[in-house]
Design a protein around this ligand. Structure first.
Ligand SMILES: *[C@@H]1O[C@H](CO)[C@@H](O)[C@H](O)[C@H]1NC(C)=O
Ligand SMILES: *[C@@H]1O[C@H](CO)[C@@H](O)[C@H](O)[C@H]1NC(C)=O
Ligand SMILES: *[C@@H]1O[C@H](CO)[C@@H](O)[C@H](O)[C@H]1NC(C)=O
Ligand SMILES: *[C@@H]1O[C@H](CO)[C@@H](O)[C@H](O)[C@H]1NC(C)=O
Ligand SMILES: *[C@@H]1O[C@H](CO)[C@@H](O)[C@H](O)[C@H]1NC(C)=O
Length: 188
């Protein structure tokens, strides 16, 4: 009898897992400012999501990176054009400035102890903006054309504190060191 019932309880468990995770998917997320993105991915670490529109004619990618964060923390998203992981990556960072405004800017993570100061990236980036709403920080930007193709190694991050308007180091274990992957902006 127990064997007969097990598949039913397994199906119920799977269904509840599916329902729980589908409520959190990026695909039906609605931005406050009426921005619409045709592609998105729920990133597997740090409660983060990437939304984008790829324009084949301009080879530019309009992105929105959002992650759960409090008003005292920071978020960052980067493309690494030359390798995997943080070192060498070309980042966008956002946090609440001590004057009260949310700010976002590009910065190059040249090594594992980066200055986090504004710095030009190795590829074009424009239209950077940021907001903090519903317990999430969001970075909007337009990147590209990228030098190679539309498949990139990307890295994303969140950190809990900012000191004198400089993001402080994030945890160097667990999810914070696994938050990287490959993404194809063209095919999704
Ligand atoms: C997305 O869809 C799921 C399932 O239909 C729903 O539970 C969830 O509330 C939706 N989320 C948003 C942000 O609309
Ligand atoms: C806060 O500082 C940032 C960076 O200098 C600046 O862009 C922004 O306009 C400032 N906001 C206010 C309200 O002063
Ligand atoms: C970037 O911003 C400019 C000025 O606001 C706007 O005209 C342009 O359409 C934006 N580009 C994209 C790709 O969103
Ligand atoms: C560029 O694309 C080629 C072919 O897909 C790939 O082998 C190479 O690693 C890429 N180079 C960079 C810097 O991304
Ligand atoms: C882009 O680069 C990736 C990784 O190197 C490769 O698998 C893919 O075939 C390339 N695509 C094009 C269109 O060159």
């Amino acid at each position: 009898m127990a064997i007969t019932f097990r598949p039913i309880s397994m199906i119920c468990t799977l269904m509840s897992l599916f329902l729980t995770s589908s409520a959190q998917t990026c695909s039906n997320y609605t931005f406050l400012t009426d921005r619409v993105f045709s592609s998105c991915r729920d990133l597997p670490y740090l409660q983060a999501h990437l939304h984008w529109n790829y324009s084949p004619s301009t080879k530019r990618i309009e992105i929105a990176y959002r992650a759960t964060q409090t008003s005292t923390g920071w978020i960052a998203w980067a493309i690494n054009p030359t390798g995997i992981g943080m070192a060498g990556s070309q980042a966008l960072v956002a946090f609440r400035h001590s004057n009260g405004s949310m700010i976002a800017y590009p910065t190059a993570l040249t090594n594992y102890n980066p200055s986090m100061q504004p710095h030009a990236l190795s590829f074009p980036v424009s239209n950077i903006s940021t907001e903090h709403s519903n317990d999430e920080m969001i970075i909007f930007a337009v990147v590209g054309p990228l030098s190679n193709n539309t498949t990139v190694n990307h890295v994303w991050q969140t950190g809990s504190s900012v000191l004198k308007n400089i993001p402080r180091i994030h945890p160097i274990s667990g999810d914070n060191v696994q938050s990287m992957g490959t993404i194809d902006f063209h095919s999704g």
